[in-house]
Design a protein around this ligand. Structure first.
Ligand SMILES: *Cc1c(COP(=O)(O)O)cnc(C)c1O
Length: 397
């Protein structure tokens, strides 16, 4: 019997440089986003400038969380109460939560066999005259064909907000995820690609959108201080009509993130090395389907998804239990009773979620989702594959 003993939720420590910067911030006592001496830039301002440069965007705003960034992104593009927002049916709870927070109503779009948004269903649901927005989750790091998606959205006049919680560092045809839509949002929550416990980043090239986002994040009348922002004139009109929803990042978290950002591309490479080992191992197991990844997609394999298309929901449940007994922690979005971090669209009952989504239900029923933290090594990945093979064997008996 093969067993795995490491934790699937253990991330690497914060780099020493980040810890030192954090100590300096704490010793200074200047943690608030606008608390600077003279015209020095704060850690938050520096992080914004560096993340804008990393993504090649004009502007960046650091936020209290990824969900918060999504919320103010919607407000900043002009989503009003009651507006419809297209959204992947397969996503994580902060996404419908952000739509709810903006007073909008989700129109859920089906899921493809490769776990991306279903473009045929998107085309149909983007057509009506009262649909103007898409909140696109690159769920679990799977990038849909972005050329086709943007073509659909442009033809139907849909404004795209990208949820890049799982694609920080990823590209499509060499172009960074988060730069296709009008606005891109990232998370720096512990289980994403850079870790500040909680945190989010919003990027855009749009002057007025950025000015609104800055006002929304709680800039009082200090917007002139932002280094990764449009000029003062852009704020003249909107500064009195945009409410303050306080939620910018503080200097302590920014201090922790800056050294991690410098190391991000190298970390993405390490994730992909782990991903390839697990992927290759899983492809050899009969009964497991690993999704196809398109050639233009450079993804970040911080987690892996696969499906067991020949198994019933009960059998998948049994398989996951066997894996768990031997130390391999698999998440199941198909569970009618959602657990841990997972939840299926029909559990977002604060909305009327009665839209039929048969394709998504079917895909999620046999989909398995597993984290690959960088505290694992290649040998660990091989052990994990062995546990999975053994669990499937025992189920198929
Ligand atoms: C983590 C996550 C977010 C944002 O989460 P926060 O915890 O608010 O930073 C958004 N979308 C997806 C798909 C996520 O996994």
């Amino acid at each position: 019997m093969t067993r795995f003993t490491k934790s699937f939720t253990q991330q690497e420590p914060i780099p020493e440089e980040g810890i030192e910067h954090a100590l300096e911030v704490m010793r200074s006592g200047r943690l608030h986003r606008y608390n600077a001496v003279g015209d020095e830039y704060t850690e938050t301002e520096l992080l914004e400038r560096e993340f804008a440069a990393y993504t090649g965007s004009k502007y960046c705003l650091a936020c209290a969380s990824g969900g918060y960034a999504l919320h103010i992104a919607m407000r900043a593009v002009g989503v009003k109460a009651g507006d419809k927002v297209l959204c992947n049916a397969f996503t994580l709870a902060p996404v419908p939560g952000a739509i709810h927070n903006a007073g909008a109503v989700p129109v859920l779009v089906e899921t493809s066999e490769d776990f991306t948004i279903d473009l045929v269903d998107l085309e149909a649901k983007a057509a009506p005259d009262d649909v103007h927005y898409l909140m696109l989750s690159h769920m679990r790091g799977h990038l849909v064909d972005m050329d086709r998606l943007m073509d659909i959205c442009e033809r139907h006049g849909i404004c795209v907000i990208e949820d890049c919680a799982h694609t920080m560092g990823a590209t499509w045809n060499g172009r960074k995820s988060g730069t296709f839509g009008r606005v891109g949002c990232f998370s720096t929550q512990t289980y994403k690609h850079i870790n500040s416990g909680e945190g989010g980043l919003l990027i855009t090239d749009d002057d007025e959108l950025m000015a609104r986002a800055i006002m929304l994040s709680g800039s009082y009348m200090l917007y002139g201080r932002h280094p990764a922002a449009p000029g003062r004139e852009t704020f003249e009109r909107i500064r009195f009509e945009t409410p303050n929803y306080s939620g910018r990042m503080d200097n302590l978290r920014a201090a922790i993130l800056r050294p991690q950002l410098r190391n991000l591309d190298a970390q993405c490479g390490r994730w992909n090395e782990l991903y390839r080992v697990v992927e290759e191992g899983l492809r050899k197991i009969h009964g497991i389907r690993v999704p196809h990844r398109a050639e233009p997609e450079y993804f970040v394999g911080s987690s892996i998804q696969f499906s067991l298309p020949q198994l019933s929901a009960e059998a998948v449940c049994g398989f996951i239990q066997r894996c768990e007994e031997n130390g391999v922690n698999i998440k199941w979005f198909g569970d009618a009773d959602p657990k841990g971090y997972t939840s299926r669209f029909d559990s977002w009952q604060y909305f009327d979620c009665t839209q039929p989504l048969p394709k998504t239900v079917k895909v999620l029923e046999t989909m398995c989702d597993m984290r690959l933290p960088l505290t694992f090594d290649v040998e660990d990945c091989k052990t994990i594959v062995a546990v999975i093979a053994q669990a499937l064997d025992s189920i198929q008996g």
